[in-house]
Design a protein around this ligand. Structure first.
Ligand code: NOJ
Length: 670
C-alpha cells in the first residue's frame, strides 16, 4: 500500500468506529426484537404504481407485503389520505409496527414546478437554489412525502444524453455548490421537522458519462478524471449531510455501481465518512444479471456485501437474502448493518416518535401551490433564462403594437413544465400566449402555430410514450406555415417560440441529432424571410446545435422548460421587467461531432493554433473549429459591461491553497 492509501484506510477504520459510537439506542433495541425476515423486509422499497414507473416492473400485492413486514418504504404514493392508509397498515398491522419511508422524485418542484435543474443552475444563485429546494420540501411533506430522490448531481458533458436536463451541467465546482444548496434546502436544520425531507444524492456514480450519450450505457473513466471532474458534486452533497445515496445503472471501473464495493464502501463510507443509507436505482440490482454477474441470488448477495442497503422495486433482497444467509453467502451482520441504516433514517425523520407526523390533512391546502410559491417559481424562471443573442438590441420589446406570437410551443401548456415533473400538473401552467396577454395587455397579440414540433410521426410516437407532448396538427405543414407568414407580415414584430417538447429530454430521451427539428427550422427560415424583426424564444432540456439559427438576424432567449409560471416569466423578460442574467452551465457545441466539449478540457501536446485556422498535425478538425458555438458561462443582458484590471493575489498556488481574483466591472450601457 502507498502511504496515502494506508492513511485513508486508517481514517476509514476510525470513521467506522465513530459511526459505531453514534448508534441510536432506540434503533438497537428494535433490532434486537427483529427476526431475520423482518430485517430483510426493511431493505425492500416498492412502488404500487400511480406515479411514473421508470422500468418494466411495478410492485404487486403491496398491502400484503407491508402487513407481513416485508417493506421498508414506498414511492409513487402521495397525499395524506393515501399515505396514511399505507402507514396504518405498517404501524397497526405488521408485527413490529415499523413505519414506512415515503419517497418521491421531486426533481424541480413538487406541485409548484420550477425550471428544470439545468435551467435553475443557469441562475448561478445558490441562495435561490436553496429556496427552491426548501419550497419543494414544504409542498412534498405537506403531501406526506418524507424522502426525495434528489439532488441529481451527475456531471454531464454530452448533450445527447437526455438527463443532462436533470443536473447542473458540466462543471464540478458549480455542481458541487448546487448539490450543497439543494441538500440544505430539502433537509433544513432538523430532519424531524415536518417541512423537511431526506435528500438522496444520485446517481452514484458517473452516470452522466454514459458512452455516446445513450442512457443506461457503460461508463469507462480513469481515476484522475473521476476524482477531479465527476465525483466532487456527490461528495459535496454528502458533506452537506445528504441522508441517502442512490446508485447508478452504469458500471464503474468494470463493476456495476449497485454492486461495486470499492464505490459504495471503500470510497463512500470509509473515505468520505457517509453514514446514511444507499438505495439502488429502479431494478438496477436485478440488472446486474444482464451485466453478467450471476442470477438474482448471486447479485443480491454481492450488492449487499458491496454496501447496498435498500433494493428499489427489484425484490432481489426480499426473495433471496435468506437463502444466501442459510448458504453462508451473506452473514446476519451484513443484513443487520443495512437494516440499521434504513431504521436510522426513519428515526432521524422522527417517524418513530410519530409515524403520522407528515400527515396533517390541513396542510396541502395551506402549503401547496400558494401565491407565494407561484411567485417564487416565476422569479426562479426569470433567473434561469439565458440571452444568447440580441440582434440590433431588439429586446426588450415594448408593451405595445402588433406582436405575432408564433410557434408550436407558444400556446402549448403540456410542454411548459419539463421532464421529470410527475408531481406537477401541466394543466396549471401558464402558456406563453397567456403570459404575454397578462404582462403586455396593451399590445395586440396574435397567435399562429406555424409548424408541428416535429412532422416525423415515428419520432413523435417515441417522444409521446408518457403522454402526448408532440401534437401533430390536422392541417398540413404548408397551411400552417402560410398562416404564420401572413400573420408575421401584418405585425410589427415576430416572437417565435420553438425548440424541444418536454419529453425530448429526460430519462431515456437521448438524441443523436440535437438540432431544432426540421419542421421548426423551416418555420424560422420563413419568418426571417418576411424581413420583420424576429425574437426567438428557444425552449429545450439540453444544449442544442443552433448554428443556423444563430447566424440569422434574430434575438435569441433560451428559456429551458420554465415550470408552472412559464408564460408569465418569459413575458417578464421579453418586455424588460427583468433584465436577463442567466449564464450557461453546459457548453453549446457547433455540431454533434464536437461532443464531448466542455470548458475545463486539458491541454494537448499539439494544441490548435489560437487563430482557429486549421493546421496539419495539430489537434483540430478539418471541417469545424475546436471552439463551441457558445461557451460555458456565456449569457448576455440588456445592457453592457466592461471588465478591467484583472489581477491575481499570487502567481503560484500549492495544493489546498486558494487564490483571489480581482476584477473591476463597469456598466457601460443603459
Ligand atoms: C429511475 C431514475 O433513474 C431515478 O432517477 C429515479 O429516482 C427512479 N427511477 C425512481 O423513480
Amino acid at each position: 500500500m502507498y502511504p496515502k492509501q494506508l492513511l485513508l484506510a486508517l481514517m476509514g477504520l476510525i470513521l467506522s468506529s465513530v459511526q459505531a459510537q453514534k448508534r441510536i439506542p432506540e434503533v438497537e433495541q428494535l433490532l434486537q426484537k427483529m427476526t431475520i425476515d423482518e430485517k430483510i423486509g426493511q431493505l425492500n422499497l416498492l412502488t404500487p404504481g400511480g406515479g411514473v414507473a421508470t422500468g418494466e416492473v411495478v410492485s404487486q400485492n403491496v398491502g400484503e407485503k407491508i402487513k407481513a413486514g416485508q417493506v421498508g418504504g414506498l414511492f409513487g404514493v402521495a397525499g395524506p389520505d393515501r399515505v396514511r392508509k399505507a402507514q396504518e397498515i405498517a404501524v397497526k398491522e405488521s408485527r413490529l409496527g415499523i413505519p414506512l419511508l415515503f419517497g418521491s422524485d421531486v426533481i424541480h418542484g413538487y406541485r409548484t414546478t420550477y425550471p428544470i435543474p439545468l435551467g435553475l443552475s443557469s441562475s448561478w444563485d445558490m441562495d435561490l437554489v436553496r429556496q427552491a429546494a426548501q419550497m419543494a420540501a414544504k409542498e412534498a411533506t405537506a403531501d406526506g412525502i418524507n424522502w426525495n430522490f434528489s439532488p441529481m448531481v451527475d456531471i454531464a458533458r454530452d448533450p445527447r444524453w437526455g438527463r443532462i436536463a436533470e443536473g447542473a451541467g458540466e462543471d464540478p465546482y458549480l455542481s458541487s455548490k448546487v448539490a450543497e444548496a439543494m441538500v440544505k434546502g430539502y433537509q433544513g436544520e432538523d430532519l424531524a421537522a415536518t417541512h423537511t425531507m431526506l435528500a438522496c444524492v444520485k446517481h452514484f456514480a458517473l452516470y452522466g458519462a454514459v458512452e455516446a450519450g445513450r442512457d443506461y450505457n457503460s461508463v469507462d473513466m480513469g481515476k484522475i478524471k473521476m476524482f477531479n471532474q465527476y465525483l466532487p458534486p456527490y461528495k459535496a452533497a454528502i458533506d452537506a449531510g445528504a441522508a441517502s445515496v442512490m446508485t447508478s445503472f452504469n458500471d464503474v471501473d468494470g463493476v456495476p455501481a449497485t454492486g461495486n464495493r470499492w464505490l459504495l464502501t471503500d470510497l463512500l463510507r470509509n473515505q468520505w465518512g457517509f453514514d446514511g443509507f444507499v438505495v439502488s436505482d429502479y431494478t438496477s440490482l436485478n440488472e446486474m444479471t444482464q451485466h453478467g454477474l450471476g442470477d438474482l441470488q448471486a447479485v443480491s448477495a454481492l450488492a449487499l456485501k458491496a454496501g447496498l442497503d435498500m433494493d428499489m422495486v427489484g425484490e432481489g433482497f426480499l426473495t433471496t437474502l435468506k437463502k444466501s444467509l442459510n448458504e453462508g453467502k451473506v452473514t446476519e451482520a451484513d443484513i443487520t448493518k443495512a437494516c440499521r441504516r434504513v431504521l436510522e433514517a426513519k428515526y432521524i425523520s422522527g417517524l418513530f416518535d410519530d409515524p403520522y407526523r407528515y400527515l396533517d390533512f390541513s396542510r396541502p391546502k395551506r402549503d401547496i401551490l400558494t401565491m407565494e410559491h407561484r411567485a417564487l417559481a416565476r422569479k426562479l424562471a426569470t433567473r434561469s433564462f439565458v440571452l444568447l443573442k440580441n440582434h440590433n438590441d431588439l429586446l426588450p420589446l415594448e408593451k405595445k403594437g402588433k406582436i405575432a406570437l408564433i410557434g408550436p410551443l407558444a400556446d402549448s401548456r403540456e410542454n411548459m413544465l419539463g421532464t421529470w415533473a410527475p408531481t406537477g400538473d401541466f394543466k396549471l401552467a401558464v402558456t406563453i400566449l397567456e403570459g404575454f396577454q397578462n404582462v403586455a395587455s396593451e399590445a395586440s397579440i396574435n397567435h399562429a402555430r406555424g409548424a408541428n414540433i416535429s412532422d416525423d410521426t415515428d419520432f413523435a410516437k417515441n417522444v409521446n410514450a408518457l403522454g402526448e407532448r408532440i401534437v401533430i396538427d390536422e392541417r398540413s405543414p404548408e397551411t400552417m406555415l402560410l398562416e404564420a407568414v401572413d400573420l408575421a407580415k401584418s405585425s410589427d414584430v415576430v416572437v417565435a417560440v420553438v425548440g424541444e417538447a418536454t419529453e425530448m429530454s429526460g430519462e431515456s430521451s437521448n438524441r443523436t441529432d440535437i438540432s431544432i427539428p426540421e419542421s421548426q427550422k423551416e418555420l424560422m427560415r420563413a419568418l426571417v424571410a418576411t424581413g420583420k424583426p424576429v425574437v426567438l424564444i428557444l425552449m429545450s432540456g439540453r444544449p442544442l446545435t443552433i448554428s443556423e439559427e444563430f447566424a440569422m438576424p434574430v434575438s435569441i432567449l433560451q428559456v429551458w422548460h420554465p415550470g408552472v409560471e412559464a408564460g408569465n416569466a418569459i413575458a417578464d423578460v421579453v418586455f424588460g421587467d427583468y433584465n436577463p442574467s442567466g449564464k450557461l452551465t453546459a457548453t453549446w457545441p457547433m455540431n454533434v461531432g464536437q461532443i464531448p466539449i466542455y470548458h475545463s478540457a486539458k491541454n494537448t501536446g499539439r494544441p490548435a493554433p489560437e487563430s482557429g485556422e486549421f493546421q496539419k498535425f495539430r489537434s483540430n478538425y478539418l471541417d469545424a473549429p475546436n471552439t463551441p458555438l457558445l461557451p460555458f458561462g456565456y449569457g448576455l443582458s440588456y445592457t453592457t459591461f466592461e471588465y478591467s484590471n484583472l489581477s491575481l493575489s499570487k502567481r503560484e498556488i500549492n495544493q489546498g491553497e486558494s487564490i483571489t481574483v480581482t476584477v473591476s466591472v463597469n456598466k457601460t450601457g443603459d
